[in-house]
Every structure is written in C-alpha cells, then in structure tokens.
Design a binder for this molecule. Structure first.
Ligand code: MN
Length: 445
C-alpha cells in the first residue's frame, strides 16, 4: 500500500478531483487549495516547471481519511490511538527491503528546482515542504525517530528547518552538534498516511527510546517497509514518493520563514537550522504530497489526540461520550460531550482535559443532545446553558503552545465553559424536536 493506492481508492469513491489547468506553484496552487479546502482530495496534474503532479487535501476532511483507512469517520481517532497503544503492547519492528520503489529513479545531482514545491501563503519566505516525514537515528543509542517538520527550500540542495522545543529530532541534533557532527536524516515525501500518523505520535506516548514506526506497522497490518540509503546511515521509507537523503549541519544557522502556520498566523523569519541534501531518489511517476496548512493540520492533531484525551479523561470522570478538537479552535480548542452524573463534574472534566493536552486553551463541555461537530449547536449550548457567573473557569499563567499569538514564553491563560444543564435535568432545558421524516418520499418542487 502506498500513497498512489490510497489515491486510487479515493478516486473510486468519488473523493478525488483533478485540476487539469496548469498552475504556478508560486501562490497559485495554494490559492486554489484554499478555495477547495475541506472537500475532495485535489490533484494538480500540471504544475508549472515540473513534470510531477502535486496532491493535497488528504487530511482536510475526515471522511477522506476514513476512506483511506477503511473505517468509520468517528472511529478514526480510536484507530490511531490503538496503533499508538501497540507501541507498548506488541510493537512490530520495521523491515528493510531491497528494490525499493522510492529508489526507482536517482537524480544525478540533487536538484530541488525540478520538484514542484509550492510557495503557500502570500507572505511565506519561500517554497515549503509542509508534511515530509523525517527519519533520524539517536547519535548514541541508534534508536530511530520519525517526525514531521516544515522545510523551506533555500537552494537546489539546501533547506531551512524548524525543530520546535522538546522534539526528539532536536535532542538528537544537539547531541550530534556537541560532537561537531552533522545529524543524518532522510526526508520522505508522500509515504502512506500511516507513516504520518506514526510521525505525529506525541512524545508522551512514544518516549525518546521508542521507535514510533511501529505505529505505522500497526495501521498497515504488517511491518513498515524501509530501504537502505545511498549516502547516509539512516533508512528511508521504501514506498514513499520521494526521498531526500540529507544532513542537518552543525553550527550553521540561516534565515527561515515567515511561514503561514497552523495557528492561522505567520511564524517569524529567524536564523534556524540548515539541511544539506546529498541525494534525491524518486518513485516511478511520483506524486508530490503537500499538506495545505490549516484544516489538514487541525485534523491530524485532532485525530492524534482526541482518543487519547477521551481515555485519559474517562479514567477520572464518568459520563464522557466524545472529544472533538474544533477547526475554529486550531488545536487550542476542544468540545467535550458528556452527561455529568453529578453537578460539578463538567468542571472536573475541563481540568482533566487541560492536563491531558497542554496546548488546549479553551474547553467547552456540552450534553449528549448537542452535536459537537456543529459550531451553531455548540454556541447555542454556550449561550443557553452556561451561566457566566458560575460556569466559567479561568486558569492564569499556565503552560501553553508557542504558536498561539496570545502566548508569551509558553505562558498563557486557559478558559473552560461548563455548557451542561444541571443534574437532574430541569424541564426548561428540553430541546424542541419534530417527527423524523424521509424527504425522498415527498414530491417537493
Ligand atoms: Mn521519537
């Protein structure tokens, strides 16, 4: 199973559309993606300056992913959580295969100008790979790490890289740099989405001595397939569309950014880490995979943490039914659905949610008669069931996520709204309902 198999499956289900007009990877491609965001997966068949198509949108609609993974949309987060649990319970180690499809073509000299890399947002500092899966090895223990990082193209064999605080890749790099050595990596574009799920596994679930590729093995139903690299000592993903074999240079920093981030705001241009590409290999007729920043990231973060939050909160609070990280909330806002068995328990659930996922800044708790996926329904619960004098919790100076502009030095405030009705339910909270009908049975002009 590779990305192209997934695209075939999506096409067969009517979930893939093609942009046949030639588009410019400089702003135009992402301009179109922004207009189509949330719907079908989009393949740009003709991208100016390159022979390779670009695909985006796999992650911006949960039904697309449910089609790829062959499960119900609401079960996706639980499927991902089971895969993360498999890391501890029965991890399946990856295998190294010969004749990897991702090494079908080898560029004589690495030359990124032949690859269609979009410049996404209007103020972005350059073309960006937004979703490549980076594999590295711990310079001391050799344990593999898999993660996703934004990469700005700065030359035909050069990239700027962001490694946020606390990421294992950064820890590996800092120890390599202290020895004066580069950190070898492979940068894999367009692997099966199971590898992306592995790469975004939170470090709480996959500590630094754990190879998160077992998450991909679980989702793929067999060992994740890797391939030996030509120029570095780290494996690539055998069925990826493209592999860049590279090293992060020690003691070198160059400007990277701005980049239109998941928060909906630009990350600033600063001196950051530098990657030198040593070789580029490609699949036969590769499709370059891009993540359109925004909804694709919210969904991937949401699907990665919702089931985990559900399990963590449920261990302490009875009655929880659903956890949803809303799109409008980037990944700073969540709605919990529960019918609290006792008064006050919705507030405990708010506290448990903040503890379970530190980037959260706003939690709303609603009853089971509210559709958590419908922002109108949630807002109605908020204005009709939350008494601002008693049902709001504010926690100041808590640890938050650095990309939210209200947060300074990772310190910010968190707010919880208890939008549940009192226990027992007073009759005045009964929602209006009508007879269910099948509209297809009526002649309506
Ligand atoms: Mn790791």
């Amino acid at each position: 199973m590779d990305l192209k198999d997934c695209l075939e499956k999506l096409e067969a289900e009517g979930r893939l559309c093609h942009v046949k007009t030639e588009v410019d990877p400089f702003h135009e491609l992402s301009g179109i993606a922004a207009r189509l965001e949330g719907g079908k997966v989009v393949q740009f068949d003709h991208v100016k300056g390159s022979e390779y198509p670009v695909v985006t949108g796999l992650w911006w609609n949960r039904d697309n992913l449910a089609c790829v993974f062959g499960c119900e949309t609401e079960r996706l987060s639980f499927l991902f959580a089971e895969a993360v649990d498999a890391l501890r319970a029965h991890p399946v180690a990856p295998v190294v295969v010969e004749d990897a499809p991702a090494q079908s073509l080898v560029m004589a000299e690495p030359d990124l100008s032949r690859i269609p890399v979009p410049t996404h947002a209007l103020r972005d500092g350059g073309p960006y790979f937004s979703n490549c899966v980076v594999i590295a090895k711990d310079p001391e223990t050799g344990v593999r790490n898999t993660s996703v990082h934004r990469l700005m193209v700065t030359g035909k064999d050069r990239l700027g890289l962001l490694m946020d605080v606390g990421r294992h890749l950064r820890n590996y790099y800092e120890r390599a740099e202290a020895m004066g050595a580069p950190l070898e990596i492979t940068i894999n574009n367009g692997p099966h989405p199971a590898f992306y799920v592995a790469a975004i596994t939170p470090s709480a679930a996959a500590p630094i001595d754990v190879d998160e590729l077992a998450v991909a093995s679980h989702l793929l139903g067999g060992p994740a397939r890797l391939c030996r690299s030509l120029t570095v000592g780290v494996e690539g993903i055998a069925d990826a569309q493209m592999i860049m074999e590279a090293e992060i240079l020690p003691h070198v920093r160059e400007p990277e950014g701005p980049f239109g981030e998941v928060s909906g705001y630009y990350a600033a241009r600063e001196d950051r880490w530098v990657v030198r590409i040593k070789a580029i290999t490609l699949n036969r007729q590769p499709v370059i995979h891009m993540l359109h920043p925004g909804r694709e990231v919210w969904n991937s973060v949401g699907l990665g943490v919702e089931a985990n939050m559900f399990q963590t909160i449920s261990r302490q609070i009875p009655g929880l039914k659903k956890v949803y990280l809303t799109h409008g909330g980037s990944h700073y806002g969540a709605v919990l659905q529960m019918d609290p068995p006792k008064n006050g328990m919705a507030k405990n659930a708010i506290l448990a949610a903040f503890a379970a996922f530190p980037p959260l800044q706003m939690v709303r708790v609603v009853n089971s008669d509210v559709n958590v996926y419908d922002p109108e329904d949630v807002e109605r619960a908020m204005v009709t069931r939350c008494d601002p004098a008693h049902d709001v919790v504010i926690i100041q100076n808590a640890f938050c996520h650095e990309l939210n502009p209200t947060v300074k030095d990772n310190i910010g405030a968190k707010i919880g709204f208890d939008c549940t009705y009192p226990v027992p339910k007073p009759p005045r909270y009964e929602k209006v309902s009508y007879m269910p009908v099948d509209l297809g049975a009526y002649d309506i002009a």
